[in-house]
Design a protein around this ligand. Structure first.
Ligand SMILES: NC(=O)c1ccc[n+]([C@@H]2O[C@H](COP(=O)([O-])OP(=O)(O)OC[C@H]3O[C@@H](n4cnc5c(N)ncnc54)[C@H](OP(=O)(O)O)[C@@H]3O)[C@@H](O)[C@H]2O)c1
Length: 326
């Protein structure tokens, strides 16, 4: 709704660009006010992921579910009585997480060791989904991701650049491919809704020198996910598709300490799972505000040259900080 109003305001503004500067200022204020209003009313129009919506005793499949955001999603979904399928590379950690969840919650947890960087053929993905073909899966969280240390793209090892593409993009596409028909049938036969959550990043809002490859993978995820949102919002599939685009979260991947702008994985998971019918969301109110300002200043208002040199500087600082932390 707001995007249409914003577009209309900008169109009127542009048509008055010559000679009517005050009108443009008024329109700009209206646009900013509408965005702030959207930010403020958001908390009151959110839908939560519950077994009431997606089916009692149904399962949530989470890739990269042994650590970080994936693990936090698993724990939060178990608190909401969902059974779990956790897929990850890290066998030891999978066992630990599964055990600790089952000690706390009366849910079933199936763990699958799978290397998304190596098992990349359609057949291997089909075999992976067959491992839980007898379970009533209602939620797919395409979370797994890797991020190379900040560096100039030309200096990144080719195999590391490839790994980032394989792990960050391929599972999102392949698991959606093999699961959508199943989820659709679930709705058509039993009127049970499902959810696909795709984890992108705030990085996908704009270009990010020194993280070019990672940034590209996240834009891929974001646009893929947003396109699916419209394709599956057809009244016959019963599948909610949400794009989660967090900013910094304190995990092994970011190696950042928790603070105001760096949220905990728990906070990210709760924020994300409490807002599952959004077109795109950021997983926590701090990140909603951050994304709001990134869009407003860096994307919309600042000239590209200035915004570009800011992001370039940020990338250089990130590289220095990461090198010092080694
Ligand atoms: N943390 C952030 O600041 C942040 C911000 C925005 C978006 N995100 C996105 O959020 C998602 C989760 O990130 P996170 O921070 O939670 O990362 P994380 O703490 O590193 O957790 C990712 C999990 O995925 C596993 N994994 C990595 N490579 C794999 C592979 N080839 N096959 C199977 N499993 C693999 C990891 O196992 P190992 O531990 O054994 O590697 C780990 O258990 C990613 O898509 C990331 O891009 C993160």
């Amino acid at each position: 709704m707001f995007n249409c109003i914003e577009l209309a305001c900008f169109t009127v503004g542009l048509s008055c660009i010559l000679g009517k500067l005050p009108l443009i200022i008024i329109i700009t204020i209206i646009v900013v006010a509408l965005r702030i209003l959207k930010l403020l009313i958001n908390p009151f129009i959110k839908t939560k992921a519950t077994t009431k919506r997606y089916g009692e005793k149904s399962y949530a499949v989470i890739t990269g579910g042994a650590n970080g955001i994936g693990e936090a999603m698993a724990r939060e979904l178990a608190n909401r009585n969902f059974n779990l399928v956790l897929i990850d590379l890290d066998q030891k950690r999978l066992v630990e997480v599964s055990k600790s969840i089952q000690e706390k919650n009366k849910v079933a947890v199936l763990t699958i060791v799978y290397d998304f960087g190596k098992e990349t053929t359609p057949t291997s993905f089909e075999k992976l989904t067959q491992k839980f073909s007898d379970l009533d899966v209602s939620i797919l969280i395409n979370n797994v991701g890797v991020c190379n240390p900040a560096n100039l793209f030309a200096e990144i090892e080719t195999k590391r650049a490839c790994l980032e593409l394989l792990v960050n993009c391929y599972p999102v596409v392949m698991l959606s491919k093999f699961m959508i028909e199943r989820l659709r049938q679930r709705y058509q036969q039993n009127k049970k809704r499902s959810l696909i959550m795709n984890v992108a990043s705030t990085c996908g809002i704009m270009y990010q020198p020194y993280c070019a490859n990672y940034c590209g993978t996240k834009v891929f995820t974001k646009r893929f996910s947003q396109s699916l949102y419209y394709e599956l919002n057809d009244g016959i599939s019963g599948i909610d598709v949400v794009t989660l685009a967090p900013s910094s979260v304190s995990t092994n991947l970011s190696k950042l300490q928790e603070g105001f702008a760096v949220i905990s994985p728990q906070m990210c998971a709760i924020g994300a799972l409490n807002n599952i019918t959004a077109f795109e969301q950021n997983g926590g109110w701090q990140h909603e505000i951050l994304a709001f300002f990134i869009r407003l200043w860096l994307v919309d208002f600042l000239p590209r040259q200035i915004a570009g040199s800011i992001t370039l500087k940020l990338g250089q600082i990130l590289r220095i900080v990461q090198q010092k932390a080694k």
